[in-house]
Design a protein around this ligand. Structure first.
Ligand code: AMP
Ligand code: MG
Length: 418
């Protein structure tokens, strides 16, 4: 199986002259430039759920493979019952059941006991429901008319042999297991699961089990990002906390690039004195500081460290989560071999009023209430409690300026990102 080439060093470069990129442009750039970075492997079907298909899958057999009955009843040649009136047919001895085909031909004008899932024997193209029949064991009687073909399933009516049932890039669901099994697929070619490293950066950070010194805060981003990675179906790799020290950061990225396919860092991503992450990425020549017209959001520092893409997220937890869901999530889907990920949003009446600047996309922490979608009382991007309160985002378009209670707004549940 082929190993994909590494990402190009300039994969995050912005077109010349772009200063503030609209969200759609930032997303279009990621969509264009990201490619799968993981190897492929073959796994048994049962190990395939949640994995991303690396090749299209073709049905080796039709489903159903043979015409069969959809109900328990009596089968016969339908031409005899196409008119209204009482139909009386003698019964042939024997029966057809699922997995137990009837080997002989049913003569025209006779009927055969037939049970759900049984192949239609020669001479049978129509089945009458047992509830609609009276019988003495020798013959049956029912009221016509009955449409020819009634209560039967045609061969291949669901899936035709040799057609593509699932395409490359599909993340396999539980229902896909049934689909693939039903056409005799027992092995699938999938991508290896993307390994995503999560590194927090900042001299002020400590672990929840530590006793904080004055000026220290607990690292909230790392547990959140590790959990999101797992929810996306990737392998989270905990890279710990790095101080605001360039040598330490470089060592952390060196180690991370050996174990991970992509690295998410938080903190130190802007252009200030203590923004070491963007500084060391800049030294690689691969860095692009994306100023995206989005709130909450600070610049995203994107770069490639020893061939591994790095998403330098803002330190504020709200901005870190928003940027992860909106930008890193779909990019990582492509890195993992999957189709571009478009979160599903729904139009819901606003249960709030708000004015905003035009020319900037806003993602508000939101939850559904009785009168529509509500937003968190504060927009401060350090307020972790609002993230936890929310069940999704309200996405306000770049152009929107005034939202009045009752206006339809786009609500995106957090589960849409999984
Ligand atoms: P920075 O992006 O490094 O300038 O950080 C912006 C803000 O986010 C500062 O108030 C940081 O203390 C805070 N911050 C950075 N990293 C984390 C983290 N892992 N958990 C909680 N807050 C953080
Ligand atoms: Mg910092």
């Amino acid at each position: 199986m082929l190993k994909p080439p590494p990402l190009r060093n300039d994969c995050f470069a912005l077109p010349a002259g772009v200063d503030w990129a609209p969200v759609d442009q930032a997303l279009a750039n990621l969509r264009d430039r990201m490619v799968p970075v993981v190897d492929q492997e073959e796994v048994t079907l049962s190990a395939g759920v949640g994995r991303v298909l690396a090749q299209d899958v073709t049905a080796s057999r039709s489903s159903p493979p043979y015409a069969n009955t959809a109900v328990d009843g009596y089968g016969f040649a339908g031409a005899i019952a196409h008119e209204s009136g009482v139909v009386t047919l003698p019964l042939v001895s024997g029966r057809a059941a699922a997995g137990e085909p009837f080997a002989e031909t049913v003569p025209y004008g006779s009927a055969l006991r037939i049970l759900t899932g049984a192949i239609l024997p020669k001479g049978v193209d129509t089945v009458v429901l047992q509830e609609d029949v009276t019988t003495d064991g020798q013959q049956i009687a029912f009221h016509g008319p009955l449409k020819q073909g009634a209560n039967t399933r045609k061969a291949g009516e669901d899936i035709v042999a040799e057609t593509t049932v699932l395409t490359k890039g599909r993340r396999l669901t539980a229902a896909d297991m049934a689909l693939l099994a039903s056409v005799g697929v027992d092995k699938v070619c999938v991508y290896k699961t993307l390994r995503v490293g999560v590194l927090s950066t900042g001299d002020e950070l400590c672990e929840p089990q530590d006793s904080p010194r004055k000026g220290q805060i607990y690292d909230a981003n790392r547990p959140m990002l590790l959990a999101l990675i797992a929810q996306f179906g990737f392998v989270p790799v905990d890279l710990g906390i790095a101080q605001d020290d360039r040598d330490q950061l470089k060592a952390a990225l060196d180690q991370a690039s050996e174990q991970c396919d992509v690295i998410l860092t938080s903190g130190g991503a802007s252009a200030g004195d203590e923004d070491h992450m963007s500084a060391i990425l800049r030294d690689t020549g691969s860095m692009a500081l994306w100023r995206i017209a989005v709130k909450p959001g600070r610049p995203l520092a994107l770069g490639v460290w020893k061939g591994v893409p790095v998403f330098g997220l803002p330190g504020n937890p709200v901005a870190a989560m928003t940027c992860t869901l909106i930008f890193a999530r779909p990019a990582m889907a492509v890195l993992a071999g999957a189709d571009w990920h478009q979160p599903q949003g729904y139009l819901v009446p606003a249960d709030f009023n708000k004015n905003k600047k035009s020319g900037r996309r806003e993602f508000l922490r939101a939850r559904i209430g009785a009168k529509g979608v509500q937003v968190f009382k504060s927009e401060g991007s350090g307020r972790v409690s609002g993230l936890s309160w929310a069940t999704g985002f309200v996405e306000l378009s770049d152009e929107a300026q005034a939202i009045t209670q009752g206006d339809l707004v786009r609500y995106i549940p957090f589960t849409s990102f999984d």
